[in-house]
Write a protein that binds this ligand. Structure first.
Ligand code: PMP
Length: 413
């Protein structure tokens, strides 16, 4: 393992990993669903309520100003984290799902027309799929898919054939939550721009594992949820290029997102407030800021290396088990810290329940990617995912418990 990365030092920062859960040591292998939270994030939320809490933007008094400043400060940290050009390009949302719905409703419904094409990949999470179905249905547009080859990758020919002058919007995940596949988003964005289409990136998984730079990617929109990078739930980000956000209509109408309101008409606030109707989740924005500080303290490259080494270690051990089928790319550098697999003749929910009895938490199901499962001719998979606080020992416990699954169910081995 990476000698410079002292994982035990970081584990101490996560209260839930330092106690028994349901009477057992927790082996948490479900960070792709949500990451555990370090004490600095938990304390930042406590500090907010003990010292700063007030409704932001609405008062001239000390606390309200402090709350407003804390919220804006969090935005600046996210701007730096994504290397966005302007703070106004960072919109706070509830999470990736809400961010996609804003793009679909406020951009898609206004700028996509009949017979235009929208291109996504077959490995998209439902949150980057259903909003585009809605736009396609409402506007008479066509929703097209990039399909994976037998190696679990999108061939270049697929990108060139599907993204054409008819394409008006391309929306692609940078890392699949279901298979761990890292998609060539930079190339896809380049192709989208060559044909004059707008490109959105789903960074809900990748944001936890690699440096994400919106200017380097040249993404027009990029979304993520804070909880996957150790922030509280209920906060996420919509990044959008200023000129695109400026021409979009607001998504939520109400308090705070307005300039002037008349009996019959309204003018809207400037960016980013135009898209932030209603009282904001200041505590979670501060929690997200603290989570980013934590990532910066550990180093995103260190996290990426550590997770990659765990992935390789787990992959090697798991592939030695004849009863296990692993999905996704064979070449591990094309994969993030996610292993999707099945055990012969055992339903993933049974695997997950049996592993739980060993204190091992993995995910089972379709991972909000039903079209992908159907495309692969399976109903569901088991998914183990790794993060900075996981160890080789976690992987060993995971593998040992996997070896026991079929025995539990009465199979010989
Ligand atoms: N996209 C991907 C790739 C995801 O993994 C997730 C969460 N599982 C989402 C989008 C949606 O995120 P949220 O549920 O936090 O809105």
């Amino acid at each position: 393992m990476n000698k410079d990365f002292d994982v035990l030092k970081y584990i101490k920062d996560f209260p839930v990993l330092n106690k028994e859960v349901n009477g057992k040591r927790l082996v948490y292998l479900d960070s792709a669903a949500t990451a555990q939270k370090p004490l600095s994030v938990i304390n930042a939320i406590k500090n907010y309520y003990e010292n700063i809490n007030a409704n932001p933007h609405r008062g001239a008094y000390f606390l309200s100003t402090a709350s407003t400043e804390a919220h804006d400060n969090a935005r600046k940290t996210i701007k730096e984290f994504l290397n966005a050009k302007y703070s106004e390009e960072i919109i706070f949302t509830k999470g990736a799902t809400e961010s996609f719905n804003i793009i679909a409703q406020s951009y898609g419904m206004n700028f996509i027309n009949a017979n235009d094409e929208i291109v996504i990949s077959i490995s998209e999470h439902h949150s980057n799929l259903i909003p585009w179905q809605q736009v396609a249905k409402a506007k008479g547009a066509v929703l097209k898919y990039l399909y994976l080859d037998e190696n679990g990758e999108i061939p270049i020919s697929e990108i060139e054939e599907k993204i054409t002058s008819k394409t008006k919007l391309v929306s692609i995940t940078q890392m699949s939550n279901a298979l761990g596949t890292i998609l060539p988003v930079k190339e896809i964005i380049k192709r989208a721009h060559e044909v004059g289409a707008v490109a959105c990136v789903d960074a809900a998984q990748s944001i936890a594992h690699m440096a994400v730079d919106v200017q380097d990617l040249d993404a027009d929109f990029l979304v993520f949820s804070g909880h996957k990078i150790m922030s509280p739930m209920g906060i996420g980000v919509l990044y959008g290029k200023k000129h695109l956000l400026n021409k979009m209509t607001p998504f939520l109408f109400g308090g705070d997102m307005v300039e002037y309101v008349y009996e019959q008409d309204t003018t809207y606030a400037e960016l980013p407030y135009k898209f932030e109707g209603g009282t904001q989740n200041v505590e979670a924005a501060i929690g997200l800021q603290e989570a980013i500080k934590y990532i910066n303290h550990v180093g995103i490259d260190n996290i990426e290396n550590h997770v990659q080494q765990l992935l390789e270690y787990a992959h090697e051990k798991l592939s030695q088990l004849e009863v296990v089928t692993i999905y996704g790319p064979k070449e591990l550098h094309k994969k993030g810290g996610v292993i999707s697999f099945n055990i012969k003749d055992v339903h993933p929910h049974d695997v997950s329940t049996i592993l739980d009895s060993y204190g091992v938490a993995i995910r089972s199901g379709n991972h909000c990617a039903q079209p992908l499962m159907r495309y692969m001719n399976i109903n569901s998979t088991c998914r183990a995912s790794f993060y900075l606080y996981n160890t080789k020992e976690d992987v060993d416990i995971f593998i040992d418990s996997i070896k026991n699954v079929r025995r539990w169910l009465g199979y010989g081995s």
